[in-house]
Ligand binder design. Structure first.
Ligand SMILES: [Zn+2]
Ligand SMILES: [Zn+2]
Length: 352
């Protein structure tokens, strides 16, 4: 074991602060990564503050962060994919049982025995896993991803959660050239959704509640922008979409969007409103529409997404912050006061 520097929460009520954590020494199959950037995901805040207490209670100290990009510092003797000096990334998963039907299918995100990047029992240390708000991390090479060298690294970090969360359902539901795709909410997830749908060749319609985001949505790659409060604008698109990605985690009326789907259209939720959403059955029955949800993606698909983003030069729009501003960033995240994702410059950790 060795000591890594990190920022951790000591309790649900305490701000994140500088600390040291134990990391395992790189074993045979492990890659030790010097972390350069880590994106801030809303999950980090939920977990640090134990807001998912009922189904995923937080073990303290908690080191969040699952949008990790860095450089390989060292590798175990059996590692084949990486060597020291390579760019590397780690997303939401650092292990799984590798044997269940989901793992066999390359859909590790559905493995009942997966190890999340933070706050999961860690079989190596006996404690819980510690995430990317740290100067280094050690991960089995199967769960380490390659980063295309043309990508801006600060902007690439959020691809590991926000990027794959939007890419995976679009691939699953067949978003390609000629399809009409809606993206609801232009924020951390939604702005990635717009970029990726555009790069997949779809006709992209962004839905936003704020007219002020219209210009930005067009810049991100939307072909049209609809201000969702305007019923007339919504009505014009009735029955016309192949796919809608709903990125909103606040309470909202999904029936208004189900109505916009065409025959066999699908609406996928990637935002997670706290309260159950009412669904009018006829909005699904007419048109044989479907409603689904989707979490991140498997390892192979995450690599495919990174390569796709490399080819199309897609990164998240980020505001880079030093780790010392993490608590302030959390407060701003709650107000959606960021365009569109924070990325922590981990070099700042050296100054305490
Ligand atoms: Zn996340
Ligand atoms: Zn499994």
């Amino acid at each position: 074991m060795y000591k890594a520097r990190a920022y951790s929460a000591a309790s649900a009520k305490s701000p994140l602060a500088s600390s040291t954590i134990p990391r395992r020494d790189a074993g045979q199959h492990d890659v030790q990564i010097e972390i350069l950037f880590c994106g801030i995901c809303h999950s980090d805040l939920h977990q640090a503050r134990d807001e998912w207490h009922n189904f995923m209670p937080t073990v303290y100290p908690c080191v969040p962060g699952h949008e990790i990009v860095g450089r390989v510092a060292k590798v175990g003797a059996a590692v084949k994919k990486f060597k020291a000096g390579d760019l590397a990334a780690v997303g939401c998963l650092v292990d799984s049982d590798r044997t269940c039907p989901n793992c066999q299918a390359g859909e590790e995100q559905f493995c009942a025995n997966m190890t999340l990047t933070y706050n999961s029992p860690d079989s190596h240390t006996g404690a819980v896993t510690y995430g990317g708000y740290s100067d280094s991390i050690v991960v089995d090479e199967r769960f380490v991803l390659r980063v295309p060298s043309n990508l801006n690294l600060a902007g690439a970090a959020p691809l590991l959660c926000a990027g794959i969360t939007t890419y995976s359902p679009m691939r699953h539901w067949g978003v390609t050239k000629g399809k009409k795709v809606g993206v609801v909410g232009v924020g951390g997830l939604g702005h990635m959704g717009v970029k990726i749908a555009h790069a997949l060749g779809a006709h992209v319609v962004a839905f936003t509640t704020s007219a002020g985001k219209k210009e930005d949505a067009l810049r991100l790659g939307a072909d049209e922008v609809v201000v969702s409060r305007n019923a007339g604008e919504m009505e014009k698109h009735a029955g016309s979409f192949n796919f809608i990605l709903d990125c909103v985690s606040a309470e909202h009326d999904i029936n208004a969007y189900l109505n916009l789907l065409g025959r066999d259209g699908n609406l996928t939720l990637v935002g997670a409103p706290e309260k159950p959403l009412p669904v009018a059955a006829f909005n699904l029955i007419f048109g044989r529409r479907s409603l689904s949800g989707s979490p991140i993606g498997g390892l192979a698909e995450t690599q495919e997404m990174l390569d796709f983003c490399g080819k199309h030069n897609i990164t998240a729009d980020v505001e880079v912050i030093p780790i010392q501003q993490i608590n302030e960033a959390y407060e701003r995240l709650l107000k959606a006061d960021v365009k569109y994702r924070f990325s922590i410059d981990m070099a700042s950790l050296k100054s305490g």
